[in-house]
Design a protein. Structure first.
Ligand SMILES: [Zn+2]
Length: 113
């Protein structure tokens, strides 16, 4: 149910932006979604279709731009791209790492008229 609340916020945000920019209808929402968030695009799409009637998003579709998880190891200084959100350097096995990208979750652009 994680995705329900973020999708609800997304629809609210898009409607506010549409009001601010005098848009009657939103066609396209480009969403940056980092793998580290654990949010599933399929679930977001599902809740979006459920929430969008009677909003300015009714005809909108979401373009997902997934951001891979990138970490940097403070020990061996190597950067790695991970498929799973792990706090472990695949090169040396140490846990002293920073997450450089993958936590993103924001609307990159909204198109409408
Ligand atoms: Zn390392």
């Amino acid at each position: 149910m994680h995705e329900y609340s973020v999708t609800k916020s997304l629809v609210d945000l898009c409607n506010q932006e549409a009001d601010k920019n005098n848009l009657n209808k939103i066609h396209k929402i480009t969403l940056k979604i980092g793998r580290f968030t654990g949010f599933s695009p399929d679930s977001i799409k599902f809740y979006f279709d459920y929430l969008k009637p009677n909003t300015k998003c009714v005809d909108a579709k979401i373009i997902f731009k997934e951001v891979p998880i990138r970490i940097k190891c403070h020990d061996c200084k190597q950067e790695s791209v991970l498929d799973e959100p792990l706090f472990l350097c695949p090169h040396c096995g140490k846990t002293d790492i920073s997450v450089i990208s993958g936590r993103e979750f924001y609307v990159e652009s909204i198109e409408g008229e």
